[in-house]
Design a protein around this ligand. Structure first.
Ligand code: DC
Length: 212
């Protein structure tokens, strides 16, 4: 049987994680946050004192590191890194790590294996519809206005300054969209859903309706 895959891509703060989780629950599928995988590799890189720009050392670590992402929990080489992967150091380093083509090749292999093991899933990231699962049953490109995205990210972090969060989002949008290896793009055949004025449930409704 062909695994049932729903691919959800989009920039930071577009609502990918919350909406993907809601869609997965409705469909009775598991959910994979591929951004957490790249963050897990970045965490391991920093823990070991490796320079994120050292392409070969980072690629080698990515191939070897045991990484388990289950729901919102991320375990890196037996260490629960769920909180640390959302911290500022990892958030800065992850753009460089995710731009490394060998790291991407390894993560794509792991993501495909994850789906095969489970017979499908809701997979969210930046290149899921374009590279990882171009034949997904449904490909969604989630987006939202820059103001809404910055507000959402700021509200997730206590004491965060919205201006600084907006600047960080712009930096990452730019890095994710302009990198050579699998940049963030609207995949061919993807349906664009703007979540600016939508609640999580409303966005999940829109996606569920597309599945018929
Ligand atoms: O979704 P996020 O902010 O947790 O993603 C973390 C970083 O990983 C971000 O810089 C984009 C990158 N990423 C990627 O390049 N490809 C993916 N499939 C998922 C995330």
């Amino acid at each position: 049987m062909v695994p049932r895959v729903i691919a959800i891509d989009g920039p930071a703060g577009s609502g990918k994680s919350t909406v993907s989780r809601a869609v997965a629950e409705r469909l009775g599928l598991e959910y994979l946050d591929t951004g957490a995988m790249y963050r897990g590799v970045a965490f391991a890189v920093l823990e070991r004192g490796i320079d994120p720009g050292d392409t070969n050392a980072v690629a080698e670590l990515a191939r070897l590191i045991p990484l388990e992402v289950t729901g919102s929990v991320c375990v890196v080489d037996g260490v629960d890194a769920t909180v640390a992967i959302r911290g500022p150091q990892v958030t800065v380093a992850v753009s460089t790590v995710a731009a490394n083509p060998e790291v991407r090749a390894e993560m794509v292999t792991r993501q495909r294996a994850w789906v095969i093991e489970r017979g499908g899933g809701v997979v969210e990231g930046r290149d899921i519809g374009s590279v990882v699962f171009p034949d997904a049953e449904l490909k969604i490109y989630l987006t939202a206005s820059p103001e809404v995205r910055a507000d959402r990210r700021a509200s997730e972090t206590q004491g965060a300054d919205t201006g600084a969060v907006a600047a960080d989002i712009r930096r990452r949008d730019d890095a994710d969209s302009t990198r050579e290896a699998s940049p963030l793009v609207e995949a061919a055949g993807a349906v664009v859903v703007d979540t600016s004025g939508l609640t999580v449930d409303q966005a999940a409704d829109v996606i569920e309706e597309m599945l018929g």
